[in-house]
Design a protein around this ligand. Structure first.
Ligand code: HEC
Length: 507
């Protein structure tokens, strides 16, 4: 605890020092404000012929200012697409729900003071968005119970330069979005994944620091993602690319993990019992489970006590899961050159047992187990490996031709059918606490079905204003931030559920 606090304080001190230096160098005016946001096109190359960064989203409508004591949600209510909401330093204890398109939310940092969203361990989520073209930058988000920033079916998102500390289950969780950028965030003390890219496409995750979480950066049931220049340290597992069975989107593929530091991920697992991440052994640097076409290149992977890189199939990694539509093997994984040392110093569980059967007391740099075809490695002899006999020689030497996985210009809004909306809301929100046939935090979904049979409005009324009905259960947090459409859709989805294809899910 002490060392965590120290790290946070040290990081804040560094940041403040950076701002101070910046200020004195440019002798900024007394009230220093951050520059106007540049939307998705921040990373311009200076080359105007570069189509990669053309057609960006801008927030050049009205500027709405929120000062300490006022409400960010009220500003969102007033805002029209294209407006920029600038939030000044102060403490805002609220849940902000954004269901409009092209809204920028920008913290204004003045003399080291940040606008802070404090959930006081009473509020579930800080920012929830379902709009497209949402920007959230320069906030400090602390003490929430559910998520720091969660998106649902919003495309063209930018989540940048936020501190997200102790916000419950997920730190940054865009779900079912296409074309997004998650960069320069610091996330810590998250019970599940600090950065969780779930059921998304075309997302870049760059320059983030994640530490003291269960999972650092997780690419789950997502395609075309670049995870680059991040510092993942002191988590249970550092970087993960995997498939969770039972979700509406079944695959993870085309992921590049490049130029990251993956260091000392040995924190004891404190994930919620039953969640997928609760099964990650402490000491896992990188985990690839059932994901295809993952390239691991030029990372520095060191001090992870179980293994540097673990590559497993679903049968090994999530044996209780059962989804006939999920293909469970990691295929065509490509390991290029990485720097790996001092991994496996204190292996645990199955890896320890397997290594002992090989007369080895150390865990390997790279551990592969279970099914999968077509995987390869550039130079096997550089590392201590286990299970790589079937690996061929890598077909490429590097991925430098790929600068981003984002799309060249913003993509259209997703049209989500009522069934999809119900399914997404169920898996994105309710399944954290409800499972079909078993008790989680809340009662089994089949019980909810029986109580409200034929009466979706009954469910809507309850989730708007839950009452504590059962002595042996905690109170359910209100879900009134969901749109009326989403509430009804999820109620109908629940009433139509026949079973769940998954018994082991972190949704
Ligand atoms: C943070 C955990 C949590 C989340 C998220 C959650 N629930 Fe619950 N839910 C509970 C708990 C706990 C109870 C039992 C409360 C009690 O009986 O006092 C409950 C009870 C219920 C009930 C039973 C009401 C009755 O009449 O007995 C319904 C219906 C319900 N939840 C629907 C939902 C829906 C729909 C969602 C998603 C939009 C959802 N819940 C999300 C924890 C949660």
């Amino acid at each position: 605890m002490k060392s965590t606090l120290f790290k946070i304080i040290a990081a804040i001190v560094l940041l403040v020092a950076g701002i101070f230096l910046g200020k004195s160098m440019f002798s900024s005016p007394k009230v220093s404000t951050v520059p106007m946001p540049s939307g998705i096109g921040l990373r311009t190359t200076g080359n105007s012929n570069d189509t990669l960064y053309a057609n960006t989203i801008t927030y050049d409508g009205e500027i709405i200012e929120v000062k300490s004591g006022a409400s960010i949600q009220e500003a969102v209510k007033k805002a029209n697409p294209g407006d920029l909401i600038r939030v000044y330093p102060g403490t805002y204890s609220e849940n902000v729900y954004i269901d409009k398109d092209n809204i920028g939310l920008q913290g204004v940092v003045i003399e080291g003071e940040w606008p802070t969203l404090d959930g006081k361990k009473e509020i579930n989520d800080a920012f929830l968005y379902s709009g497209n073209g949402i920007l959230i930058e320069n906030f400090k988000i602390v003490n929430y119970k559910g998520n720091g920033i969660m998106g649902q079916a919003g495309n063209n998102f930018v989540i940048r330069n936020n501190w997200i500390i102790d916000t419950g289950v997920y730190g940054i969780f865009p779900q079912y979005g296409k074309n997004g950028l998650i960069e320069h965030n610091v996330c810590s003390k998250i019970e599940d994944a600090a950065i969780y890219v779930g059921m998304c496409d075309n997302v870049d995750v760059l320059h983030n620091e994640v530490f003291d979480n269960v999972a650092g950066i997780e690419i789950e049931n997502s395609r075309h993602c670049l995870v680059e220049n991040n510092y993942a340290h002191d988590n249970t597992g550092g970087l993960l690319a995997f498939v969770t069975p039972g979700l509406p989107i079944k695959t993870t593929f085309d992921v590049i993990m490049r130029n990251n530091f993956v260091v000392n991920n040995n924190t004891a697992n404190f994930g919620a019992p039953g969640s997928t991440v609760a099964g990650i052994p402490a000491g896992t640097g990188i985990l690839i489970m059932a994901a295809d076409d993952v390239v691991v290149e030029n990372n520095i992977i060191t001090g992870n006590n179980n293994t540097g890189i673990t590559i497993v199939d679903l049968a090994t990694g999530a044996p209780k899961a059962n989804d006939p539509n999920s293909e469970g093997n990691p295929d065509r994984v490509v390991i290029l050159d990485n720097i790996m040392y001092e991994n496996g110093n204190d292996p645990t569980g199955e890896i320890k047992a397997i290594m002992l059967s090989q007369m080895d007391t150390k865990g390997p740099d790279i551990f592969a187990y279970g099914g999968g075809t077509g995987s390869s490695i550039r130079d096997k002899n550089r590392y201590r490996t286990f299970g790589l006999d079937g690996y061929g020689t890598a077909p490429i030497n590097d991925t430098k031709g790929i600068r981003t996985m984002m799309t060249p210009s913003p993509v259209p809004a997703r049209s989500v059918s009522k069934e999809e909306l119900g399914e997404l809301t169920y898996y994105g929100v309710c399944a954290g606490c409800h499972a079909f046939g078993t008790r989680l935090i809340g009662p089994p979904t089949e019980i909810l079905q029986a109580i409200h049979n034929g009466n979706p409005q009954g469910i809507v009324d309850y989730i708007n204003n839950p009452k504590n009905l059962r002595e042996d259960y905690p109170e359910m947090p209100p879900q009134d931030y969901l749109s009326d459409e989403a509430k009804l859709a999820v109620a109908e989805y629940i009433l139509n559920m026949k079973h769940e294809t998954v018994t082991n899910s972190n949704q």
